[in-house]
Write a protein of this length. Structure first.
Length: 160
């Protein structure tokens, strides 16, 4: 029953982050974050408990970190798929980082570290909202200024 609770906790926490991303109409939303967290939790449980029957003698050694390490690699691959380079700008880095931390939250929940998983989820949501608020009031003006400077430089280059 404990394993079911771990997967449920991971799914709920990942879903919360996914809802925020969905609300912002980002590339990866609720379903993606929900699945990433839940899958990471399941892999963590499998990594730590799935092979206990293999240990029938002292000659066998179990390394519970091996599957967990591969989750990090797999999430890196998924995250890379969300990053787009378009018109001299990189998009999707926050989404990729969100998927990465969502996988870590899922792994923490899968390991039974509920407090750590909840705390990290709260920090992620605060960070996403705080940065969004900050960029809404500060960022666009600076981004527009930079774009205007770049457009002016490109026009000057074309004229010469």
């Amino acid at each position: 029953m404990e394993f079911f609770l771990r997967i449920l906790a991971a799914a709920l926490l990942g879903g919360l982050i996914g809802l925020e991303r969905e609300y912002r109409a980002k590339e990866a939303g609720f379903r993606t974050h929900f699945l990433v967290a839940m899958g990471a939790a399941l892999f963590m449980i499998l990594s730590a408990h799935g092979f206990s029957d293999v240990l029938t003698s002292e000659n066998h050694r179990l390394d519970v970190s091996r599957i967990a390490a591969q989750v990090v690699t797999g999430i890196g691959f998924i995250g890379a798929g969300t990053i787009i380079f378009q018109r001299h700008a990189v998009r999707g880095l926050t989404t990729a980082a969100g998927l990465w931390v969502t996988a870590a939250i899922g792994m923490a929940a899968g390991a039974g570290m509920y407090g750590l998983a909840v705390f990290t989820t709260v920090l992620v949501l605060i960070g996403l909202e705080a940065f969004n608020h900050f960029l809404r009031h500060i960022g666009p003006k600076e981004a527009e200024k930079g774009k205007e400077d770049k457009d002016l430089n490109e026009e000057n280059d074309q004229e010469t």
